[in-house]
Write a protein that binds this ligand. Structure first.
Ligand code: PLP
Length: 482
C-alpha cells in the first residue's frame, strides 16, 4: 500500500499533467473535492492535500465559495530561466547542422521568423541607407572600387570615436579597425590571442557564432554560467582561471544573446579587473548595446571597454542589428592586441568593402541614425513584450521566460521533459523557425530551452505560431512542473 504522501503527490501529478497538456485549461474549474475523491477512490483529505500542493506550485487557486480553478499564467509571474550548473572542463566544440538549418529557415520567407535574430527590414531605414550608398558611390569615383586600408574607412572610424563618447569611452579613430561584421571582429580577436588547443572561457549559454568560431579555430570551450540578471558568473570565472590557463574570455555584457542579461557597471569593472589580474584577454561583443529598452534603462549601457585602463579588453560591434546586416559593417577596438589584429586583418581579407563603410559613415554623420535608433528601440521593446505575453498565454505552466531590458530575443526554459530539438523539428515542419537551446552550448546543454527572436512586427501569424509552439510544448511535457 503506498504511503499517504505518495497518494496525494500522485494525484497532484496527474492533475498537473492534465494542466500541462491543456486538458484542463486556465480559468477552468477543477472537480469538487468530494467528486475527485469518489472518482479516484481516495479520501477527501488526500484530495485536499493534492490541491494544496498544486496551489503551492502556482498551478491552481482556491476561490472562496467557488472551488479550485486552474490559474491564469500571468506575464508578471513568469520566472527567469535558471543558470546552468558550472562545469569547468574544457570541451572541443562540434556544432551540429542545426545552425545551418536555422540560417536556411531564416532566409526562407515562408517561415514565421522566430529563429534567426534579425531585425525586419521594415523597421530599418533601408531606402534612405541605400540612397546614401548610391550617393557615396557616385561621388567616390575610383576610390569606391579600390581597396580600403586594412584599418578601414577613416571617416567611419572618426564617427565611431565620436559615438564612443556616449558609451563612456574616450577612444580615438585610430583605436578602431573596420571589419566584416561582428563575426570577423570576434574571429580576428580570437586568432590574435589563441593557438589551436587553447582553452577559452565562454558564457553558458552563448551566441552560437562564438562556438562556431571556437570549433573552426580548434579551441576548447570552458562554459561559465550566465546569471539571469547579472551576466557571466564572476565567482565561477575566477575559479576557472585558477583551474586552467585560459587564453581568452568571450562575453556579451549588454543584452546578452540569448539570455538577455545586462551586467551592471560594477560587475563590468570587476570582470575587467579579473581579466587584467590573470592576463586573460577579454573579448567583448557589444553589438546590442544601442538597443536598450528606454523605459527600463535610462541610457546606453557602457561596454567593458569603459573600465579598461590596461588595454586587456577587445571590443567588437557592428550595425547588423541596427541598420543593415547585409552591409556587413563592423569594427573592433583591439586594445593592446592592435598590431596583431591589424596584421591578421591584412592576411585574412586585406580590407573591408569600401562603399558600405562610407555609406554608414555618411548615415551616422547626417544625424538620422539617432532618430532611427529611438524609434527602433521602442518598436523592439514592444515586440518583445508582445511575444512574452503570448508565451505566457500559450506555453505550459512552469515555463520560464527571460525579462530582457534590451535587445530583442527571449530565452525560454520549458518544463523538463520538453525536448527543444524535437520541438524544433516539429516547428520547422509547420513552417515556424525557432532556435533550439542546445546550439547555444558547447556541451549541447539547455535541452528544454528555446530562443525566440522578436525582431519582426507582431502579427496574427506570429500569434498563431506561438500558440502552435505552446501546443507542441504542452504535448511534449506532461510532467509536474516545478
Ligand atoms: C551576439 C552576436 N554576435 C555576433 C553576431 C553576428 O554579427 P554580424 O552579423 O555583425 O557579424 C550576432 C548575430 O546574431 C550576435 O547575436
Amino acid at each position: 500500500m503506498p504511503a499517504r504522501e505518495l497518494l496525494y503527490e500522485r494525484l497532484a501529478q496527474k492533475l498537473a499533467q492534465r494542466i500541462a497538456d491543456g486538458t484542463l485549461r486556465a480559468g477552468e474549474r477543477l472537480p469538487s473535492v468530494r467528486r475527485l475523491s469518489r472518482q479516484h477512490g481516495v479520501s477527501v483529505s488526500t484530495v485536499l492535500q493534492a490541491y494544496l500542493l498544486l496551489e503551492s506550485r502556482g498551478l491552481i487557486e482556491a476561490r472562496p465559495q467557488s472551488g479550485h480553478f486552474v490559474r491564469h499564467f500571468r506575464q508578471d509571474e513568469l520566472q527567469e530561466p535558471r543558470a546552468p550548473r558550472p562545469s569547468l572542463t574544457p570541451r572541443r566544440v562540434t556544432m551540429r547542422g542545426l545552425v545551418a538549418d536555422l540560417h536556411r529557415a531564416g532566409s526562407d520567407a515562408r517561415f514565421v521568423p522566430l529563429g534567426v535574430a534579425t531585425v525586419d527590414a521594415r523597421l530599418l531605414p533601408a531606402d534612405k541607407l541605400n540612397r546614401t550608398l548610391a550617393r557615396v558611390a557616385r561621388a567616390s569615383g575610383g576610390a569606391g572600387v579600390s581597396y580600403d586600408s586594412p584599418r578601414g574607412c577613416a571617416r567611419l572610424r572618426r564617427q565611431l570615436a565620436r559615438r564612443a563618447l556616449d558609451w563612456g569611452c574616450a577612444l580615438r579613430a585610430d583605436d578602431f579597425l573596420i571589419t566584416v561584421g561582428t563575426m570577423e571582429a570576434l574571429h580576428l580577436c580570437l586568432r590574435a590571442v589563441t593557438r589551436p588547443g587553447d582553452a577559452v572561457a565562454v558564457e553558458s549559454p552563448t551566441y552560437f557564432g562564438v562556438l562556431q568560431l571556437i570549433e573552426a579555430l580548434g579551441l576548447r570551450a570552458v562554459e561559465i554560467p550566465v546569471q539571469p540578471q547579472t551576466g557571466i558568473d564572476l565567482d565561477v570565472l575566477a575559479r576557472a582561471m585558477t583551474v586552467e590557463r585560459l587564453r581568452a574570455c568571450v562575453v556579451i555584457p549588454n543584452f546578452h544573446n540569448p539570455r538577455g542579461s545586462l551586467m551592471s557597471d560594477e560587475a563590468k569593472a570587476a570582470l575587467v579587473a579579473l581579466a587584467a589580474r590573470h592576463e586573460v584577454p577579454l573579448i567583448e561583443d557589444d553589438m546590442y548595446g544601442d538597443l536598450y529598452d528606454e523605459a527600463a534603462v535610462g541610457a546606453r549601457p557602457r561596454p567593458c571597454k569603459a573600465f579598461d585602463d590596461e588595454g586587456i579588453v577587445m571590443t567588437c560591434g557592428s550595425v547588423s542589428k541596427t541598420l543593415a546586416a547585409g552591409y556587413r559593417v563592423g569594427w573592433v577596438v583591439p586594445g593592446r592586441f592592435d598590431a596583431d589584429v591589424e596584421h591578421l586583418k591584412l592576411a585574412q581579407t586585406v580590407a573591408s568593402p569600401t562603399l558600405p563603410a562610407l555609406a554608414v559613415a555618411e548615415f551616422f554623420d547626417s544625424g538620422g541614425y539617432d532618430h532611427h535608433l529611438r524609434q527602433l528601440r521602442r518598436r523592439l521593446a514592444a515586440q518583445v513584450r508582445a511575444v512574452r505575453e503570448a508565451v505566457a498565454r500559450y506555453f505550459p505552466a512552469g515555463t520560464r521566460v527571460s525579462r530582457p531590458l534590451g535587445g530583442f530575443v527571449l530565452w525560454i526554459e520549458m518544463p523538463s521533459g520538453c525536448n527543444a530539438i524535437e520541438l524544433h523539428g516539429r516547428a520547422v515542419a509547420r513552417g515556424i523557425a525557432v532556435a533550439p537551446g542546445p546550439i547555444f552550448s558547447a556541451q549541447q546543454r539547455f535541452v528544454s530551452c528555446l530562443r525566440l527572436s522578436c525582431g519582426h512586427p507582431w502579427s496574427e501569424a506570429t500569434e498563431r505560431a506561438i500558440a502552435e509552439l505552446g501546443r507542441l510544448a504542452r504535448a511534449a511535457c506532461g510532467r509536474l512542473s516545478a
